[in-house]
Design a binder for this molecule. Structure first.
Ligand SMILES: [Zn+2]
Length: 424
């Protein structure tokens, strides 16, 4: 099973996405041309009569700190999946290196630049550039999907857990509720509160069990204030002791403290929500507990795009093929604005790049080069790095003349999984 192919009519209006086999046939019969490589989109060559209205598509998103899962759902079925990797750390590193160079410049006896007087305030809703980039990436892709298919709704995971639902459920009988929605919300709450670690040994990335601080056999309740997380060995060793007897008196106090403003834990998610809301499309929101519940109830494996498909109430019954290969999208930025480039030791060494476009190509374009003879003879496809000499690098192959290159996809700030090129 592959991602569907987007189809546009002659006026560039979106039609229903089609299966890759249908797309191949359209191309073979000369009825359509390739409009875009990533995501693969066809444009029809002749006007067609559409008998039935184009089915609406919902864009579903599970925002993550490094990777965001995206699923497009049409009539309850996932037709397109993608995983978007953000730049986060790269932006932070670039800004830090710029800052270091500026600071160095002020101290050296060269062009002196006084630090500006610090009288600036940050506007309301300000996010660090590395975080803002996550919001911007999603905005870019929402706009792209709106152009390629009939997007009528958005669905996203907004918060990790629903405190309201936890209160109402009174958290009675944790064990019995493991399979129910409230149980999942409690679990997400505890994971957030105890930083996804075993409370006793501090291990991470292991299966954690919900554990009673004062054991039930000794009158401990099922309330959240008496619950914490422990790995299986710790849970066994603790046995019938309270946390204090086990040597961890601070756990009880930590469990009693409410999570401060639990709903605003993740400001980026709220910024994404505001951006989606401003698009004018209806936005459905869900909790992390609900996503997990939906995914487990339907027996799907864990993946970013599957989580996205399972977000919210509409994720309760969603058909998907777990072997579908999501399009891997990686934000790589467009170019460097740095006016002074440091070498690998951080010393300012060279000036800004002279020009980003060489012979009509720029770094990041996906090109195909057919070299008829010589050492580099053959077909080369991939991301090009331009050199002002006109001798380019394609992927790892160096020194390909620009005259042999043909553009498949113009650089648009993102790189993609190369396997997605196969259809073209
Ligand atoms: Zn442990």
């Amino acid at each position: 099973m592959q991602n569907s192919v987007f189809v546009l009519d002659t006026n560039k209006q979106p039609l229903s996405p089609c299966r890759p086999s249908v797309a191949r046939k359209l191309l073979r019969d000369g009825k359509a041309a390739v409009y875009r490589r990533f995501p693969f989109t066809l444009i029809l060559k002749r006007a067609v009569e559409v008998s039935e209205p184009v089915q609406p598509v919902t864009v579903k998103v599970d925002p993550g700190s490094k990777t965001t899962g995206i699923a497009l759902v049409q009539s309850g079925k996932v037709i397109f999946a993608a995983e978007l990797t953000h730049r986060g750390q790269a932006i932070k590193d670039a800004l830090e290196s710029r800052r270091a160079i500026r600071r160095g410049r002020r101290q050296r006896n060269t062009r002196y630049r006084k630090p500006r007087f610090l009288n600036r305030t940050r506007p309301k809703g300000w996010l660090a550039p590395s975080l803002q980039s996550r919001v911007n990436n999603l905005q870019t892709w929402l706009v792209r999907f709106v152009k390629l298919c009939n997007v009528q709704a958005i669905s996203m995971e907004l918060v990790r857990f629903d405190t309201q639902l936890m209160q109402d459920a009174e958290v009675s009988g944790v064990e019995y509720q493991q399979g129910e929605l409230a149980g999942y919300e409690v679990r997400e709450y505890l994971l957030e509160k105890f930083n996804r670690k075993c409370c006793y040994c501090g291990k991470t990335d292991i299966p954690l069990e919900i554990e009673h601080i004062t054991p039930k056999s000794r009158g401990g309740s099922n309330r959240v204030s008496n619950l914490c997380l422990a790995c299986h060995p710790c849970n066994q060793r603790k046995g019938n002791q309270t946390a204090t007897e086990f040597g961890f008196p601070s756990i009880q106090a930590q469990a009693k403290k409410p999570l401060k403003d639990a709903s605003a834990v993740n400001s980026v998610r709220w910024a994404i929500w505001r951006m989606f809301d401003a698009s004018g499309l209806p936005v459905e929101v869900g909790t992390g507990g609900r996503t997990k519940f939906n995914r487990t109830a339907q027996g799907y494996p864990k993946a970013h795009w599957i989580d996205a498909a399972c977000v919210g109430a509409s994720g309760q019954a969603v058909k998907l093929c777990p072997t579908i290969k999501p399009l891997a999208i990686k934000a790589v930025g467009r170019q460097s604005r740095q006016m002074c480039r440091p070498d690998k030791y951080g010393f300012p060494r060279t000036g800004a790049k002279e020009s980003r476009v060489v012979k009509g190509f720029q770094t990041g374009d996906i090109v195909r080069a057919f070299v008829p003879s010589g050492k580099k003879q053959g077909m080369h496809t991939g991301r090009v790095s331009v050199r002002s000499t006109g001798s380019f690098n394609i992927g790892k192959v160096q020194g390909i003349g620009w005259k042999y290159c043909r553009i498949l996809h113009r650089s648009d700030g993102y790189s993609f999984s190369s396997s997605a090129l196969a259809l073209g």
